[in-house]
Design a protein around this ligand. Structure first.
Ligand SMILES: NC(=O)c1ccc[n+]([C@@H]2O[C@H](COP(=O)([O-])OP(=O)(O)OC[C@H]3O[C@@H](n4cnc5c(N)ncnc54)[C@H](OP(=O)(O)O)[C@@H]3O)[C@@H](O)[C@H]2O)c1
Length: 342
């Protein structure tokens, strides 16, 4: 889909948000299977959960122009866990968004989110003057990392995982209601060994600890190339889905909505504690599934096998990259991940 600049709009802080930093438990006991296309059907405690018991309605708030008070403009109906947000149940809100990291993932989000009317600021490590012109071509503003984290509703972190601790001073100044979304993944070959993660700590819980605040996990399980070329209009049956994990209903709604705005179906993948289900090596990780397929893939994840499968994939990719007669492109990576992870 071509990216077009967004029409000029007045930015409004859009939502009143409260956030819980409690990590949920393993889930509800098994119940009768619901007649819902995105139900969970896997070999773990969430299996056959009656999702109708987990339906909640939440108000969506926007601040009208010239007003200091937010007004209720609609409701979001969320069915959790592993529920897809659909265009008809997602009330869009325009956001002020900061992005730190302007590479494969952050750079694409910076181009795409302004086309949906969001105000976007983006930073890399070297300063705004070094940003690729394409990154700001649809209206995002190049700024420093400190500026990217100033006066925003949402801050997206898209940097190598090992660099996350660098951002603690910047992120630490954010108000509690700012939604922080992490796109990161742990690759020891890139990040160096991180003992806690090698010991099995959930990656985004480690990120949350480093930053001293809650985060959500999104866009980590989509290949960079698919993020560029795999976006589709809502309702397209071929639309790829992206899992979103995290705590706090309002924060989750914001993250789900932004994933939809980036051109992909969003699937609620549960709490941050459950986000190991979308880490590298898991069945949902960079395998380009639809919203109907994601819940089963999340349910089928095997926590103790994902890291080994991730490392197998890296070994195959490294080997192939040494062969000048072969390519390592998005199609190859998707095929490889499907074979190894599913
Ligand atoms: N590539 C993928 O297919 C993919 C898919 C899903 C998720 N992810 C994950 O998403 C994260 C980002 O991946 P990527 O491929 O977009 O990385 P990338 O292309 O290497 O880009 C990283 C960006 O982070 C910036 N950066 C690094 N340290 C920083 C700091 N301390 N302060 C501010 N900016 C900093 C870099 O700035 P400079 O440009 O100045 O160096 C660069 O713009 C990683 O954790 C990755 O595992 C990647």
């Amino acid at each position: 889909m071509a990216l077009a600049p967004a029409p000029a709009r007045t930015w409004r802080r859009s939502m009143s948000m409260s956030m819980s930093f409690q990590h949920k438990g393993a889930g509800a006991p098994a119940r009768t299977r619901p007649a819902h296309s995105h139900q969970v059907a896997g070999p773990w405690p969430m299996r056959d959960v009656d999702v109708s018991r987990r339906t909640t309605d939440r108000a969506v708030w926007r601040r009208p122009p010239g007003s200091r008070r937010a007004a209720r403009v609609g409701m979001i109906r969320t069915i959790s866990p592993f529920a897809r947000t659909t265009p008809d149940n997602h009330e869009r809100s325009l956001m002020n968004i900061g992005i730190i990291g302007a590479g494969n993932i952050g750079g694409v989000l910076a181009r795409r989110l302004p086309t949906k009317g969001h105000q976007v600021k983006i930073a890399n490590s070297r300063g705004p003057e070094t940003l690729d012109a394409e990154v700001t071509s649809t209206g995002a503003h190049g700024v420093t990392a400190e500026e990217a984290a100033t006066d925003v509703d949402v801050l997206i972190l898209s940097i190598p995982l090992s660099r996350i601790p660098d951002l603690a001073p910047v992120v630490g100044t954010l108000p509690a209601e700012t939604v922080v979304i992490d796109t990161g993944n742990y690759y020891p070959a890139r990040d160096g060994a991180i003992e806690a993660l090698d010991g099995g700590q959930v990656e985004s819980e480690w990120v949350s600890e480093q930053l001293g605040r809650p985060v959500l996990k999104a866009w980590n399980a989509i290949l960079a190339q698919r993020l560029v070329d795999g976006d589709r209009e809502a309702g397209d049956p071929e639309r790829t889905a992206i899992p979103v994990a995290g705590d706090g209903e309002d924060a989750k709604s914001v993250a789900l909505g932004l994933v939809e705005d980036s051109g992909f179906d969003a699937v609620d993948a549960g709490s941050l504690a459950e986000s190991w289900r979308q880490q590298p090596g898991s069945p949902v990780y960079c395998t380009s599934l639809t919203a109907a397929e994601v819940p089963d893939a999340l349910a089928a994840a095997q926590r103790d096998r994902s890291a080994g499968r991730r490392d197998l994939a890296i070994a195959v990719i490294t080997d192939r990259a040494q062969d000048p007669t072969r390519t390592v492109d998005g199609d190859f990576l998707t095929r490889l991940n499907r074979v190894l992870y599913q």
